[in-house]
Unconditional design. Structure first.
Ligand SMILES: CC(C)(COP(=O)(O)OP(=O)(O)OC[C@H]1O[C@@H](n2cnc3c(N)ncnc32)[C@H](O)[C@@H]1OP(=O)(O)O)[C@@H](O)C(=O)NCCC(=O)NCCS
Length: 162
């Protein structure tokens, strides 16, 4: 397996000359479009800039040159949202996706383990997520394999946009 770097994207990555802005944005749009139908770079930027969200990425093909590090290709991502609630700080996991060329190699699991580590280090009391287990059996295998259990309570959503 090639070197895999898993880290949180921060605003500085978008202004780093080794990670040219256009290329990083194009890379993220291509990846997210495999999960989200109307992917929007402004939403990705807002997530990266938000104090309560942590957008984690998995990157391959990083190069180390005399002139510094040249970032490679982002092939997977997962976002953790941290919320303060009356019953303690909780986390929500959103938008987990691995590039289709790289699925089945343990990258989704590594991203989720990174999210769980961050959740523990932020003293979160629980991590929540939803998935359509009929439509997404791999995602369900990933979450159940990590110990996630389905809650008996339904998860209600009010869509505020089309
Ligand atoms: C779900 C997804 C992120 C998993 O990423 P991945 O890198 O392929 O997953 P991994 O290789 O880490 O495998 C995760 C688990 O799924 C299992 N798995 C892998 N391929 C599978 C398949 N085709 N069918 C069923 N289970 C499968 C693995 O055995 C592994 O189980 P384990 O952790 O108990 O060993 C990836 O398939 C994906 O991006 N799917 C499309 C987007 C999506 O559905 N996102 C989730 C939204 S809720």
């Amino acid at each position: 397996m090639k070197e895999l770097n898993i880290y949180q994207l921060v605003p500085q990555h978008f202004s780093n000359e080794s990670h040219p802005r256009g290329r990083l944005e194009e890379n993220l749009l291509t990846l997210f479009s495999q999960l989200i139908s109307n992917v929007n770079i402004n939403h990705i930027n807002s997530t990266v800039c938000s104090d309560s969200s942590k957008l984690i990425v998995a990157e391959i093909d990083r190069k180390y040159t005399n002139r510094g590090t040249v970032f490679g290709e982002i092939i997977g991502t997962a976002t953790l949202i941290i919320m303060s609630t009356p019953h303690g700080p909780v986390g929500y996991v959103h938008d987990v996706v691995v590039d289709e060329q790289h699925r089945g190699n343990g990258i989704g699991r590594k991203l989720m383990l990174a999210i769980i580590d961050i959740a523990r280090s932020n003293n979160l009391t629980e991590l929540n997520l939803t998935t359509n287990s009929q439509k997404r059996p791999t995602a369900e295998a990933l979450y159940v394999g990590l110990g996630f259990k389905q809650k008996p309570t339904g998860f209600y959503v009010l869509k505020l946009t089309q």
